[in-house]
Design a protein around this ligand. Sequence first.
Ligand code: AMP
Length: 325
Amino acid sequence: MKDEMKIILDKIEEYNRIILFRHFRPDGDAVGSTKGLREILRLTYPEKEILLINDDQSDYLQFLGGEDEPIPDEAYADALGIVLDTATPDRISNKKFALCRELIKFDHHINVNAYGNYAWVEEEKSSTCEMVVEFYLAFRDRLKINSAAATYLYTGMVTDSGRFRFRSVSGDTMRCAGALLDVGIDTDILYAHLYLQDFSDLKFKAEVYKKMKITENGVAYFYVTEAMQKKLNLTSEQASAAVSYLDSIKGSLIWIAFIENGDGSTRVRLRSRFVTINKLAEKYRGGGHDCASGATVYNRKEANALIKEADAILKEYKETHEDWL
Ligand code: AMP
């Protein structure tokens, strides 16, 4: 068992109030890991107050249920905070995390910013949910789980690993997933929630495929303008999904979606196969994983410069590597 796990369990046992946090614009891993851990801790320690309080929610994950109501600021002062799936403190959804007496970082992103009093970071893990399962399995004689917790955690594992497709998926990932399936998950219902699409989403997809562009060396990209968001009545979540529509083009090892935010800034979502793109994201006010990063630009000129740099990276990659597709 890892020392960090023991420290986290000791801290959980020491506090009567534990508040869980995650990043804003939550994905399946952020929601799944916080809800999964909340459920495990509530089952195990019914006498403790285990809360999940954040400022924003995600529409497409509503099927996993809600979070807890806000509490007075004073109630943070004697609480332990655990922040899951969040690389840097500026990305934490609920800014009151800073009021907690002690804070634990519990994450699988690159550890560029080691905030908190204690940290357990495993950069090679496919999801934070996998770490929560590992934590549960390490103390399975002490911690309790049920099928709701298993479903939350499995959802995060499935979504953050591209349905167990990414290279970060290991034997341990599958063993953790297996342990959750043993607890009991209705995977038919889960996948129906994850795969069924609204009519309007398909219309948007058609627009993306009609208007997407590709550079000389294979960087595919697409702008989701404010006008388009208005015309198709897209939520920012729907607009952001554009990046995943570009992920299966042969020879296009880097793909980028630009989503205009409506305040003059444009969110950039970068994805890649084989090629590392987080260094590029860092040059444009962002960062992230080797093959999944985010950044921000402020005009088309900057966006075009980013595309040009991505194209040069891909050119170099293709010239120096074989067997890419
Ligand atoms: P996104 O396209 O926003 O889902 O981002 C992909 C990944 O990049 C996420 O897992 C984030 O951890 C990371 N990321 C996104 N934006 C930033 C940023 N501004 N700074 C650092 N990391 C980021």
